[in-house]
Design a protein around this ligand. Structure first.
Ligand code: ASP
Length: 283
């Protein structure tokens, strides 16, 4: 699935950049980029996500505006095609920051998001994968030699200097119904403030224990480069909690940090001077 992942992140980058070129906010750009990856069943977000123990897709997403600190999240939604769109509605139209389950779906429907049948999010590849786990047991999807496919995330800086981040996921394979990972929790798998924006992927439990997103943003705020902090975050994740994953990090000067301690992580980024699409960072 290497090529599919690269195409997916390239398409997401194009959608985000298009939005920025039209003068849209960083918040709009990350939403558009994430929607492209949610709609692409290559990734563990939206249609094509890992299935939970009940054979259902259960989605979590967060979107956050670094300038205002406004954030919107949804957890454990089963009937929404694009969880990040629902998260954006929470950010824009609710005094609350986070909705889960049926209440999240009701909120989304009341704000113009159509509810679908969960089966529309399920693909055969994932039915087979779940069956395999049922028969042979579970392994760490993010450890070496994984079969994994990833949570998606996007971070952006707009012409007005505003940063934003969004993360969307189907969570982990065979998860218990109702389980929420790091991805949609503020400061864990997604965070933005005025100094940096971050999104992570990986086994959620170790990452949330370390509040890894905020950990990284705080270090950038203290003056360290996103490049260094991304590497340090992966070392910290492994050393302190035995975790595997990846991180993307962007500061207010447009400096990018990327790192993963999994064998691969698909990524793409673009500045006015440079564009890069890849699946594995050079050592
Ligand atoms: N972090 C996600 C979770 O634990 C999974 C992933 O990144 O692929 O829910």
């Amino acid at each position: 699935m290497v090529e599919a992942h690269q195409n997916g992140v390239r398409n997401a980058l194009a959608a985000g950049w298009r939005a920025l070129e039209k003068g849209a906010s960083a918040l709009d750009a990350v939403e558009e980029a994430v929607v492209v990856m949610e709609d692409d069943d290559t990734f563990d977000a939206g249609r094509g996500s890992f299935l939970n123990r009940d054979g259902k897709v259960q989605l979590d997403a967060l979107i956050m505006d670094g300038h205002t600190l406004r954030a919107g999240g949804v957890g454990c939604v089963e009937r929404i095609r694009n969880a990040v769109r629902a998260a954006r509605k929470v950010l824009e139209e609710s005094p609350h920051c986070y909705f889960v389950g049926e209440g999240a779906e009701r909120f989304a429907a009341e704000h113009g998001i159509p509810l679908i049948d969960n089966s529309e999010l399920v693909v055969d590849r994932e039915r087979i994968r779940l069956e395999d786990v049922r028969q042979h047991g579970m392994r760490d999807e993010f450890a070496p030699a994984p079969t994994g496919h990833d949570t998606v995330g996007a971070i952006a800086l707009d012409a007005k200097g505003r940063l934003a981040a969004a993360t969307s996921t189907g969570g982990t394979l065979n998860k218990a119904p109702g389980r929420v990972g790091d991805s949609s929790l503020i400061g864990c798998g997604c965070y933005a403030d005025e100094s940096a924006a971050v999104s992570t992927t990986g086994w959620g439990e170790p990452m949330m224990k370390l509040v890894l997103g905020k950990w990284a943003v705080d270090r950038v705020e203290q003056g360290r480069s996103p490049e260094m902090v991304a590497l340090e975050a992966m070392s910290y994740l492994k050393a302190r909690a035995g975790g595997h994953g990846g991180i993307i990090l962007l500061d207010r000067n447009g400096r990018v940090g990327l790192a993963h301690n999994t064998p691969r992580m698909a990524f793409s980024y673009k500045t006015e001077k440079h564009e890069s699409v890849g699946i594995k960072l050079e050592a």
